[in-house]
Design a protein around this ligand. Structure first.
Ligand SMILES: Cc1cc2nc3c(=O)[nH]c(=O)nc-3n(C[C@H](O)[C@H](O)[C@H](O)COP(=O)(O)OP(=O)(O)OC[C@H]3O[C@@H](n4cnc5c(N)ncnc54)[C@H](O)[C@@H]3O)c2cc1C
Length: 387
C-alpha cells in the first residue's frame, strides 16, 4: 500500500491497541485514517505472543470496569467485524496458597460482586469439586469468574483490521514511523523513510518501542518494557478442554488448555527483552515450570514442549495504561503501557479513546484514570498487579 501524503490521523503501531483504535476512529466517521506498522503483518508484537486471556478480576475497580466493557464488546464482535475471535468463556481461577493472599482475594471477590461481576470465592474443597483435575492440598483460597475466558488474539486483530478497512482506513505495513513531526509546538505529521504523512493528529500505539519515539518528540512517559515467556505443549489427551485459565498467584505460574495441549507460563516479571526465543529444547519443561505445573495439575506431568516464545509486557508505575492527548504536544495522542492485560483492556479503552479523538469526549468509559499527566505515573510505586 502506497503511503498517503495527508491523513486526518496517523496511528503508529498495529498491535491490538493500534488496530482497535484505527478501526474505531474509522467507524466513527474519521475518513482516511492511516495505520502504520513496521512489520509485514499486524499483531506481530506483544499481541500475537499473548495468552489471549480476557480477565475481569482486578484489584483496581477501573480495570475491572474496562475489562467488563471489553467482555461486553466481544458478545457482538463477530457480528460487527465478520471475524469470530473464538472467545471461550471458561473462566479464570486465581489461586492463593498463602493465607494473607486468600484474605485479599475474598475481599476483592466481594467488591467485584458488589460492582456486578460474577465471582465466587472458593476454599480448597470448592476448587476440587469444580475442577477435579487440579491438586488443592496447598490452596488457601481461590476466586473464580465464569465469564472470564480466552480467545484468539489473531482473530481479534483480524476482526479490527477488517472493520478498519471496511470504514476506509488505510493500513500500511512494513513502514516504520521514524519520528513525529512537531512544529510550532504541535503535532504536524509522522515521518517515515518514504516521506512524511502530514496530519493534525497522531496516536502512538507502539507497545514496547513507544518510549524512545515519544521522547524524541519531547514527551516522556514512564514505560517499562518487561519480558514474559510462554510454552506451548504437544497434545495432552486427558486434559479437559474447558478448564479455566488457572493462575497461581503466590508461586507465580499459569496454564490454560490450547489446541489439545496447554499454554504454560511462569508468570514472572523479567526485565528487558531477549534476542533469543526460548528454545523448546528436547521437549522437557524447564525445572521450575515443571515443578509448579505438576504441583497444580498432575496431568501436566506428561507435558512435552512443542514451541516456546516470549513477548513484551510494557508496564507503568501504577499498572494502568496511558491514554489521551499529550499535555506537552497538542495533537499527539497516546495509547501505550498496556502491560500484561492489553488484550483485555485494549478493545474497550481504545474505543473510549477513539470517541474522545473523533467526537470530543469518551462515551463508553471515562478516561480520567488513564491520563498521561496523572500523579500516580510520577509517584512510581512498584506495580502491584503485574501478574
Ligand atoms: C507472553 C505474554 C502473554 C500475555 N498474555 C496476555 C493475556 O492473556 N491477556 C491480556 O490481556 N494480555 C496479555 N498480554 C499482554 C498483551 O499482549 C499486551 O498488553 C498487548 O498485546 C499490547 O498491545 P499493544 O498494541 O500496545 O502492543 P504490541 O502488540 O506490541 O503492538 C505494538 C506494535 O507497534 C509496532 N511498532 C513499534 N514501533 C513502531 C514504529 N516506530 N513504527 C511502526 N510500527 C511500530 C510493533 O511492530 C507492534 O506491532 C501478554 C503479553 C505477553 C508478552
Amino acid at each position: 500500500m502506497e503511503l498517503p501524503r495527508t491523513a486526518p490521523c496517523v496511528v503508529v503501531g498495529g498491535g491490538i491497541a493500534g488496530v482497535a483504535l484505527a478501526a474505531h476512529l474509522a467507524r466513527l466517521g474519521m475518513e482516511g485514517v492511516v495505520l502504520l506498522e513496521r512489520e509485514s503483518g499486524l499483531g506481530e508484537g506483544a499481541t500475537s505472543r499473548s495468552a489471549g486471556g480476557i480477565r475481569q478480576q482486578f484489584a483496581d475497580p477501573d480495570l475491572v470496569r474496562a475489562a467488563r466493557a471489553t467482555a461486553a464488546l466481544l458478545a457482538t464482535f463477530a457480528e460487527e467485524t465478520g471475524v469470530d475471535p473464538e472467545f471461550r468463556a471458561h473462566g479464570y481461577l486465581l489461586v492463593a496458597t498463602e493465607e494473607a493472599r486468600a484474605v485479599r482475594l475474598r475481599a476483592e471477590a466481594a467488591a467485584q460482586r458488589a460492582a456486578g461481576l460474577e465471582v465466587d470465592h472458593l476454599d480448597a474443597g470448592g476448587v476440587a469439586r469444580r475442577f477435579p483435575c487440579l491438586s488443592v492440598g496447598d490452596v488457601a483460597g481461590a476466586n473464580f469468574c465464569p465469564t472470564d475466558g480466552y480467545l484468539s488474539p489473531h482473530g481479534l486483530v483480524e476482526g479490527y483490521r477488517a472493520l478498519a478497512r471496511r470504514h476506509g482506513a488505510v493500513v500500511v505495513l512494513s513502514r516504520e514511523a521514524v519520528s513525529l513531526e512537531v512544529r510550532g509546538g504541535r503535532l504536524r505529521g509522522v515521518r517515515t523513510a518514504a516521506g512524511v504523512v502530514e496530519a493534525p493528529m497522531a496516536a502512538v500505539a507502539a507497545g514496547a518501542d513507544a518510549g524512545p519515539l515519544l521522547a524524541a518528540a519531547g514527551v516522556r512517559v514512564p514505560l517499562r518494557p518487561t519480558m514474559r515467556r510462554l510454552w506451548f505443549t504437544r497434545p495432552l489427551p486427558g486434559l479437559p478442554r474447558d478448564l479455566p485459565l488457572v493462575l497461581d498467584l503466590d508461586r507465580p505460574f499459569y496454564f490454560r488448555p490450547e489446541s489439545g495441549g496447554a499454554l504454560l507460563s511462569l508468570a514472572e516479571v523479567e526485565e528487558g527483552g531477549s534476542a533469543e526465543p526460548p528454545s523448546p529444547g528436547d521437549g522437557s519443561l524447564p525445572d521450575r515450570l515443571a515443578e509448579r505445573a505438576l504441583n497444580r495439575c498432575p496431568l501436566l506431568g506428561d507435558a512435552r514442549i512443542l514451541r516456546a516464545w516470549w513477548g513484551h509486557r510494557t508496564l507503568t508505575p501504577d499498572d494502568r495504561p496511558v491514554l489521551g492527548e499529550s499535555p506537552e504536544v497538542p495533537g499527539l495522542w497516546l495509547a501505550v503501557g498496556f502491560g500484561g492485560h492489553g488484550i483485555t483492556h485494549g478493545p474497550s479503552l481504545c474505543l473510549a479513546l477513539a470517541e474522545e479523538m473523533a467526537l470530543g469526549a469518551p462515551r463508553l468509559l471515562p478516561l480520567d484514570p488513564y491520563r498521561p499527566g496523572r500523579p500516580s505515573l510520577a509517584a512510581a510505586p512498584p506495580p502491584p498487579g503485574v501478574i
